[in-house]
Design a protein around this ligand. Structure first.
Ligand code: ZN
Length: 599
């Protein structure tokens, strides 16, 4: 037993869950295909992509702006050039000459220049035109012109024509001013430039984020997931994504949504006590988990909606908590018994809503640009049957079939290259066994504790705060011959890499079992009796352990226009916090302001 954090280089995957380990290390062929590109290089590439997206958007905007102005200028150009061309017009060369002149302007880049330049240029040509008329009159006085020769009636006609020209010029200025005003607020133009068409509708940048709860990284290597494997081959993925500590569902889903460590966003476990509020958070009890005060930071769906990116959240942990009092376009309440095909139908139903430029578009039922969906099935059966069971194979295959349904739905709508799809999971799963149990009562008297947090880890809050060090030393003493758990004091020796100390919601004393081990109270399972009678221990699978353990590894796979990497690109494994880089991307594309710097 060790109470000190192990040295990074010394830490090796423990062999406490043999079958899982073998599964993990059997797929070496994948390692051979991994190009090992450093993450720094990828970041550079991402910057380039973002820069080029900006550039493209700017060019598109200018082009559209030019078109918009030329469209309005079509008549104005005629008036502006009227004087120069009136002789040509009289020679009936007007129409074709006019378009040629316009094309010349466009080739020269005049149409794409700034509006102020266009206005100035227009004024200049008018000023040039007036002296030209004056000099023309002088020429007539000297040599005589046809109009002069025809007397006062013709002069009157000429006067009317001149008045008409001046009126036209004034109209031209008004039109140009209106065009300039419109271009100074080019929201629609920019929005349209950022949209992609599937042939029937314009789609603003759209992303589907799907979380397969408890989908361990190596589940992809069991020949059960043709769709997800194809998705890996077409998209970009690290070999795995590392969860945050503790590797349980609520802290990790909220870490993905906020880009913050659990100690920073405040959802530090599935169950925990807040000493200040004197309340317990309990994940499966909405009355004890859906008040906004539990949920710190700003989740992705709030950031998106605040910036006008309409969002649908389907059962994602925390989404029903009215965080920061932000209304979200669609919140689907948690329903653990919902079948997977219904999730596919729901996502397609959201995509089929009229887009902002479509007939029938409604602010009350907008087509969401961000759809975050939660799938609990693999986690549920992982706990129930264990990650190496026959039963979990079917559940993994069903999750893959659901993904096939989503991708087929996108294909049928010609959205494969338009909508981004990201598949993630929150943690892995380890097999439990009655031979890997630790009886809590053997280590500490529960009567000395006011609260216990977490599971399978145990966070302990002594009734008497002054007894903390005594209880810690007692735990060290009683487990000195047991290498299957670690004991930590939150404020003294909690491993730095856990980022699990800077919050009062984290209990002051922790027992952290090694992966595959479980701590049980006698109420739950009497270890001595169970070993004698051969009683089975449930659950068959657990997670929550050291987030760096291979059995806790999660997945991240992405494909779509936001990820224009080569098909099958691999990136270095990363920790959940890096997930927030996608937030940055969405911010960029949707003109969202980035969230405040977080610790
Ligand atoms: Zn989970």
């Amino acid at each position: 037993m060790s109470s000190q954090p192990q040295n990074e280089s010394q830490r090796v995957p423990s062999s406490d869950a043999g079958t899982d380990e073998r599964t993990l290390y059997d797929h070496t062929s994948d390692d051979e295909g991994y190009d090992g590109r450093p993450s720094g290089e990828l970041d550079e590439r991402d910057h380039d992509i973002l820069d080029s997206e900006d550039e493209r958007e700017r060019l598109l905007t200018q082009k559209d702006a030019g078109k918009g102005l030329l469209g309005r200028r079509a008549s104005s150009v005629k008036v502006g050039k009227w004087d120069k061309k009136k002789e040509m017009k009289e020679r009936r060369k007007g129409g074709n000459e006019e378009s040629s002149a316009l094309m010349y302007e466009m080739e020269e880049g005049i149409g794409a220049s700034s509006t102020s330049f266009r206005s100035g240029r227009s004024s200049l040509s008018d000023e040039q035109r007036l002296p030209a008329s004056e000099s023309q009159r002088k020429v007539c006085r000297v040599y005589g012109c046809a109009s002069e020769a025809n007397g006062p009636q013709v002069r009157r006609k000429s006067l009317y024509r001149r008045i008409a020209i001046y009126v036209s010029i004034i109209v031209l200025f008004v039109v140009l001013l209106a065009a300039t005003y419109n271009l100074s607020t080019p929201k629609d133009v920019k929005e349209a430039a950022a949209m992609l068409s599937n042939g029937t509708s314009l789609f603003a940048p759209t992303t589907i984020l799907i979380s397969l709860d408890g989908f361990r990284a190596d589940f992809l290597y069991r020949n059960l997931t043709p769709t997800l494997n194809q998705f890996v081959a077409e998209g970009i993925s690290p070999k795995y994504m590392m969860p945050s500590f503790p590797s349980v569902t609520f802290p990790n889903h909220y870490t993905m949504a906020t880009g913050m460590y659990p100690e920073a966003h405040g959802v530090v476990g599935n169950t925990f006590w807040d000493p200040e509020l004197e309340q317990e958070f309990y994940y499966t009890d909405p009355k004890r988990s859906l008040q906004p005060h539990w949920w710190g930071g700003e989740p992705l769906w709030v950031t998106a909606e605040k910036q006008g990116v309409r969002t649908a959240v389907h059962m994602w942990p925390g989404s029903e908590a009215h965080i920061l009092n932000q209304e979200i376009a669609y919140i689907d309440k948690y329903n653990g018994s919902e079948v997977l095909p219904t999730k596919v139908d729901r996502i397609m139903e959201l995509l089929d809503l009229p887009g902002p430029k479509d007939i029938g578009a409604s602010a009350n039922t907008p087509r969401p640009q961000l759809i975050a969906a939660y799938v609990p099935d693999v986690d549920g059966d992982g706990h129930r049957f264990g990650p190496n069971s026959t039963e979990i194979r079917k559940t993994i295959a069903n999750a893959d079939t659901m993904m096939a349904g989503i991708l087929a739905g996108l294909h049928a709508r010609n959205l494969t290259d338009i909508v981004n799809v990201i598949v993630v999971s929150d943690h892995g799963m380890a097999t439990t066994d009655k031979t890997r149990l630790i009886q809590l009562e053997d280590l500490i008297d529960p009567a000395e504790l006011s609260h216990t947090d977490g599971w399978p880890l145990y966070g302990l809050r002594p009734k008497d705060p002054a007894s903390l060090h005594r209880l810690y030393n007692q735990l060290l003493e009683r487990t000195k011959d047991n290498p299957n758990l670690d004991v930590y004091l939150r404020d003294e020796n909690m491993p730095e890499r856990y980022h699990f100390s800077k919050n009062d919601r984290i209990a002051p004393l922790w027992i952290v079992p090694k992966t595959g081990w479980a701590i049980v109270t006698k109420d739950e399972f009497n270890v001595e009796v169970g070993l004698k009678t051969g009683e089975e221990y449930h659950p068959k699978g657990l997670h929550g352990y050291d987030h760096e353990h291979p059995l806790m590894r999660a997945v991240f796979i992405a494909r779509g226009p936001a990820f224009p990497h080569e098909a099958g690109s691999r990136m270095e494994p990363f920790r959940k916090l890096m997930f927030s880089s996608h937030r940055t991307y969405i911010h960029k594309r949707s003109k969202l302001t980035p969230p405040a710097q977080r610790t």
